[in-house]
Structures are given as C-alpha cells and as structure tokens.
Design a protein around this ligand. Structure first.
Ligand SMILES: [Zn+2]
Length: 262
C-alpha cells in the first residue's frame, strides 16, 4: 500500500514539475525586438505601454508552442517577429489563447502554387499563405514576400499572415465555414450569416470596397474582412458599421483609430 502512495505522490510531483519546466521554456522577450516591432507593426505601436508588454509576452508564448522553419532561406529575427505578431493580433482580445490546431509554420521565400512549389516560373505561383490539410495538417505555409508586404503596406487592407491565422481560428470548431463558433456566441450565428451573405453579394456585384476574394465563400469572406478590420479599422467602421460591430464582438477588441501618418 505504502508503495502505491509513494508512487502516486511521485507521479503528481513529476507532472507538476514537468508542467512547470514546460512553462519555463517560454523565452524572455529579447529587448532589441522592441525596436523591430515598433518599426514594423502598426498594431503594436498603437498599444499602451502595459498592453505592449502583454503583447510581447504573448508572442513569446506563441513562439514556445509553434516551430517555424525556413524553406531554402535562413530565418531572420524579423520573420519570427512578424509571424508571432500575426498570430497574437487576432486573439489579443482574449486573455489566453493556444492554437491547438497548429504545430508548425514553413516560411517559403516567395509565393507558391497549389502544389506548394515556389520555384515554378509560371503564373500559378500566386499563393501567399495556406493552412494545410492532409499531409500538411497542423501546418501553415507562408510566403516571406507576402508576410512582409502585409506589414509594409498599412493602407491596403491586406495582411496574408493574419488572414491565415483567422482561418485557423475558424477551423478550431472543425469547420472552416466563416462561422467561428469559438468566438461567436450561438445567438449571433444567424445575424452573422445574414450579414456575411449581404456583404458577399455586394462584393460579387462590384459594389463593395472589400477585396474581391472575399466573395469566394463564407470562410474567405471572414478572413478577408478580418484583414480589413485589423489593417484599416477606422475605414471599416465608416464604410461597414454593422460588419465592424460584429467583428468587434467576435474578436473581443475594439480597434483604436489608426491614422495614416502614424
Ligand atoms: Zn483564405
């Protein structure tokens, strides 16, 4: 009997220390990243001092949970910073978040085609990011070119990496259908779907300033509208107040006005 008690106690302590050591594997935020973040990520720049520190911690948490590999490129610090920032931005309204459906990210140097080839010299090479299925389950592939473009151009309402993370959030309930059950309370599902369909119709009738690709299907609409929300919240609020309100509810964050000259 005593052996069993000792065994159980040892096990409990073992698990406790294992968990603790896992937690400790979160690296401290490298101080020199602050400048890189400030220079490159407008969203971060707009946060208060306290929220900036929280944002940095959340980035390090993310980087401790997901590996990033460069394919035919040497990973640079800014690559990791931009990827981690893209992961944190859509879920920053929640105190804790784990992308349980993501284990790793492959960073390609340039856009790629549907066969994940980036060396092909043809027009099919136009994908900047993808959330993997099948062989690539739990993986995301991003083009470095698209990743950087998303943060360099802060007025075009596009951000490929944020787009892919929004797909992952949508995918958490197993359906990539533009209805993120994890974020949206059940009672909002029907109003959300009605709104999506109305906005998609406007896109497909060429009566919208939302990127055309958002008219493809509900999932793409959700991802494209979210890019707009995180890149140009002020403009979205003005042009699509209902959609803006719904996304605030969904991501649990109101977006401060981002002025062009900031
Ligand atoms: Zn997409």
């Amino acid at each position: 009997m005593i052996y069993i008690v000792v065994l159980v106690v040892t096990l409990i302590f073992g698990i406790h220390f294992y968990r603790k050591s896992k937690r400790q594997s979160i690296q401290p935020f490298p101080w020199h990243w602050r400048k890189l973040l400030t220079d490159n990520v407008l969203y971060y720049r707009k946060l208060s001092k306290d929220r900036k520190i929280t944002f940095e911690q959340r980035m390090m948490e993310f980087l401790s949970e997901v590996y990033i590999d460069g394919v035919q490129i040497e990973l640079e610090e800014l690559d990791k910073i931009l990827i981690a920032a893209s992961a944190v931005i859509p879920v920053f309204g929640f105190n804790e978040w784990h992308y349980t459906n993501l284990s790793g990210i492959l960073l390609y140097p340039d856009n790629f085609n549907e066969d994940m080839q980036f060396s092909a010299q043809d027009d099919s090479r136009n994908i900047g990011g993808i959330v993997g299925n099948g062989r690539f389950e739990k993986q995301m592939i991003l083009s470095k070119k698209a990743l950087y473009h998303g943060f360099n151009n802060t007025t075009d309402k596009n951000n490929t990496a944020i787009h892919e993370f929004v797909h992952l959030i949508d995918k958490l309930d197993d359906n990539v259908d533009g209805v993120p059950e994890r974020l949206l309370e059940h009672q909002y599902t029907i109003p959300w779907l009605n709104l999506i369909h109305k906005e998609m119709e406007a896109i497909n009738d060429n009566k919208s300033d939302i990127r055309k690709y958002g008219g493809t299907n509900q999932a793409e609409f959700f991802a494209v509208a979210s890019e707009y929300f995180f890149e140009r919240p002020d403009l979205l609020k003005r042009k699509h107040p209902e959609l803006y309100k719904m996304l605030v509810k969904c991501f649990n964050q109101a977006r401060p006005s981002l002025k062009k000259n900031d």
